[in-house]
Ligand binder design. Structure first.
Ligand SMILES: NC(=O)c1ccc[n+]([C@@H]2O[C@H](COP(=O)([O-])OP(=O)(O)OC[C@H]3O[C@@H](n4cnc5c(N)ncnc54)[C@H](OP(=O)(O)O)[C@@H]3O)[C@@H](O)[C@H]2O)c1
Length: 289
């Protein structure tokens, strides 16, 4: 089995390839930073289940759409097939709309939305030819609900969810092709540190508290279970995040009331230079763990 993972140099993608390497599948590791990908490859090989030839490091900038066709050809040349494409690479945002350049919104759409579509567009004809394959996209709970300070990120993830739900209906005549949306809540990774802020050249850049977030290994384990079972959509989060998502789905009036209270605190923390979520969700977790 051949699995191509984008965003394999850090966070969820990195952990995903470690867990996949233990299952003995051939891997294609993509992201922009080659040195980080080589580091991840070395760690995958330490498991002893894979040989050097089973892991292809394939540098890829998701926003450079003109390179995606050649990258796909390279994978097919190397392994002859792509069983699973995991669209995982992405960036988040921490800034208020009124203080943010439009370029930030363009970048988030170029990367999270159009970059993902472009790579999928290159890989899908191959899956259609074989009448089988899985397209797994790491979306977010923010593709379902919304929160302040992430308006461009929310928009890109909502767009992705709409797109892939539509694509699934277009592929209904190919029951062997599975389209999955994975929607995690907060997970330990570099997502906040790498998040865009008011300008496209400016990221948050600092390490933030992680203890209130789900462990990366648990998130990835649940992702693998959902992938193995061909789930169309999966929400992966601890409470209270999961509860908030359910409120948005089934009790939207309550959800707005609660989101406004939590959102106000999130903005206050952000303006004080504190991590937007850590303080109050950490308190909640300590009380309920
Ligand atoms: N962590 C969370 O709380 C959380 C929650 C919900 C959803 N997600 C989603 O999970 C996915 C992975 O994020 P993460 O949490 O693991 O964050 P992360 O640690 O910051 O990893 C992001 C990955 O995306 C890659 N990437 C960024 N820009 C890229 C570009 N232009 N081209 C190719 N690759 C690029 C990065 O590699 P390079 O810098 O080397 O290119 C890195 O490997 C994202 O789609 C994110 O939206 C995360």
């Amino acid at each position: 089995m051949v699995v191509w993972v984008t965003g394999a140099s850090s966070g969820i993608g990195e952990e995903l390839v470690y867990q996949l390497s233990k299952l003995g599948v051939s891997l294609v590791l993509s992201a922009r930073r080659v040195q980080e990908l080589e580091r991840v490859k070395r760690r995958c090989l330490e498991n002893g289940n894979l040989k050097d030839k089973d892991i292809l490091v394939l540098p890829l900038d998701l926003t450079d759409r003109s390179s995606h066709e050649a990258a796909t050809k390279m994978v097919l040349q190397e392994f002859g097939k792509i069983d699973i494409l995991v669209n995982n690479a992405g960036r988040s945002q921490r800034s208020l709309f009124v203080e943010t350049s439009l370029d930030v919104y363009k970048e988030l759409i170029e990367l999270n939305y159009l970059g993902t579509l472009s790579l999928t567009m290159c890989v899908l004809p191959h899956m259609i030819e074989r009448k089988q394959g899985k397209i797994v996209t790491v979306n977010s709970l923010l593709g379902i609900i919304s929160a302040p300070l992430s308006s461009g990120y929310c928009a890109s993830k909502h767009a992705l969810r709409g797109f892939f739900n539509c694509l699934r209906t277009e592929l209904a005549t190919y029951p062997g092709i599975v389209v999955s949306n994975i929607c995690p809540g907060p997970v330990q990774s570099n997502i906040v540190k790498n998040a865009l802020s008011e300008e496209v050249t400016k990221s948050v850049g600092i390490d933030v508290a992680q203890s209130h977030k789900m462990a990366t290994s648990r998130c990835v384990r649940l992702m693998l279970i959902s992938m193995a079972n061909d789930l169309k959509e999966v929400w992966i989060a601890d409470h209270p995040f999961l509860l908030i998502a359910y409120l948005w789905q089934y009790m939207p009036t309550w959800a707005w009331w609660l989101t406004n209270i939590l959102g106000k605190k999130r903005i206050e923390n952000f303006k004080k230079g504190l991590d937007a979520d850590a303080s109050y969700f950490k308190t909640w977790k300590t009380k309920h763990d």
